[in-house]
Design a protein around this ligand. Structure first.
Ligand SMILES: Cc1cc2nc3c(=O)[nH]c(=O)nc-3n(C[C@H](O)[C@H](O)[C@H](O)COP(=O)(O)OP(=O)(O)OC[C@H]3O[C@@H](n4cnc5c(N)ncnc54)[C@H](O)[C@@H]3O)c2cc1C
Length: 422
């Protein structure tokens, strides 16, 4: 079989672009196939402090610093009655010059920057090209079949194919590896406002999470050009109560019931477009199989309440890129080589997932945990900030006195490993 590329990457979002950049940096032959033409719209604008590490590894920090993205120094929480907590400033815990300042990014611009960065490192990118089939030989993925917007079909071959297709999870869906999280099934409705009220100085770019009764929440993310991303997330049956089904009507009813959000948006103008997504939080049983590796949301997608998605996408791209690079040098890309990659990403997902479960428990509040165990405060902050590959067992013991925590899902090994272990 003719191997034109060392790696083919399906999808040019943060996970795919970062995998490509790492491989391009080392001179590997890399092809990214992306269905859309960038810049393209994407939700998910708020970064968390520990995104700094992967961005630094990618060499993106100078570009981020000279970008027009809004700087984010803090997060704060608002009760349904409008009472707002003091902002939590990241510099109270982390280095001011690095981790403590992150960004709110318009994803069309941010994702284009990442993809261009990969291009600068020699990566070939074909946009408006949709992958339709994984090509296999004796069970091993050897390449892909894709179609461009003119309808031309191409076949490309590589030593490894990376699925970075985001929530669509092309490969894991096709292979029946995709599993819905047992409890994290919510609906999100969101839109954008121009000219609404925002904080000043270092508070201008603060993320605010405003609670909605029955454990729902609003995000309020100030972006550049006086725009704000604002969305509500809750159980479908709560948002549609009384038979309300139209996204704008559902959204406006919740705004009407949340004093803080209502006040913030009162001076702004809605762009008029509403997006809806449902039933998120999904996992792939495996991270890899012969010739195939999964990154970003295509590997695991977690409820966005703590804005961990882009950090995990970039981190998985960097780790996957490094693991593939080492495999290419060793002449061995067998699935077993990706066991450590899969375990690291799953550890991070599981740590964040526990906090997400606790958050959605109706009887739970982080404040109660910290009142009983003051040491828990720093651990919660670290986990929420994205420092995910650490032992948080002490924290989980404390939190489980207040809310049941989910069992760790037994997913994320490479398929070959699982077969060998059973
Ligand atoms: C409502 C909501 C709010 C969110 N808020 C935040 C937030 O505030 N902060 C945060 O960090 N994260 C947030 N996220 C999560 C974040 O958007 C994702 O985790 C992140 O985009 C994952 O990056 P990715 O590269 O894995 O996938 P994506 O960014 O989705 O990129 C996948 C790419 O693959 C392409 N593609 C798909 N199928 C094919 C195919 N067959 N062939 C070729 N190309 C294909 C797509 O066009 C796309 O460009 C949110 C998510 C949702 C749903």
């Amino acid at each position: 079989m003719k191997e034109t590329y060392d790696a083919i990457i399906i999808g040019g979002g943060p996970a795919g672009a970062s995998t490509a950049s790492i491989l391009g940096e080392s001179g590997h032959r890399v092809l990214v196939l992306e269905r859309e033409k960038f810049p393209r719209y994407h939700v998910g604008e708020s970064l968390i402090p520990f995104t700094f590490g992967p961005l630094e590894r990618l060499g993106m920090i100078p570009k981020m610093r000279s970008s027009c993205f809004t700087k984010k120094y803090s997060v704060s929480f608002v009760q349904p009655d409008g009472h707002r907590s003091q902002p939590f400033y990241f510099f109270n815990r982390y280095d001011r010059e690095t981790v403590a300042q992150t960004w709110q990014v318009t994803r069309a611009d941010f994702d284009l920057m990442l993809l261009d960065h990969a291009r600068e490192r020699g990566v070939e990118v074909r946009e408006e090209t949709s992958v339709q089939t994984l090509l296999t030989e004796d069970g091993r993925v050897v390449g892909v079949e894709s179609v461009d917007k003119a309808g031309n079909v191409s076949r490309d071959y590589a030593r490894i194919t990376v699925d970075a297709t985001g929530k669509e999870a092309f490969a894991s869906k096709q292979r029946g590896w995709r599993v819905n999280d047992p409890y994290l099934n919510k609906i999100a409705i969101w839109t954008y406002y121009k000219g609404s009220k925002r904080g000043e100085g270092i508070d201008e770019g603060a993320t605010t999470v405003a609670f909605v009764p029955e454990k729902g929440w609003f995000w309020h993310i100030p972006l550049q050009n006086d725009m704000v991303s604002v969305g509500v997330v809750a159980e479908g049956k709560y948002l549609t109560r009384g038979g309300v089904k139209e996204p704008r009507a559902m959204f406006e009813r919740e705004v009407g019931e949340n004093l803080w959000i209502k006040d913030r948006l009162s001076t702004g103008e809605c762009t008029g477009e509403f997006w809806v997504t449902s039933e998120y939080s999904r996992h792939s049983r495996y991270c890899a199989s012969p010739g195939l590796l999964l990154v970003g949301d295509a590997f695991a997608f977690l409820d966005p309440v703590f804005s961990s998605g882009v950090m995990l996408a970039l981190k998985s791209g960097v780790l996957a890129g490094d693991a593939i690079h080492e495999g290419l040098l060793a002449g061995d890309l067998s699935p077993a080589r990706f066991a450590s990659y899969g375990a690291q990403i799953r550890e991070g997902v599981e740590n964040m997932r526990k906090l997400v479960y606790a958050f959605y428990n109706v009887n739970f509040s982080f404040k109660d945990v910290v009142m009983r165990y003051p040491e828990a405060g720093d651990l919660i902050t670290d986990c929420l900030s994205g420092d995910l590959n650490r032992d948080y067992s002490k924290l989980w013991n404390w939190i489980s006195e207040f809310a049941p925590l989910p069992e760790t899902l037994p997913y994320g090994l490479p398929l070959e490993e699982v077969a060998a272990a059973s």
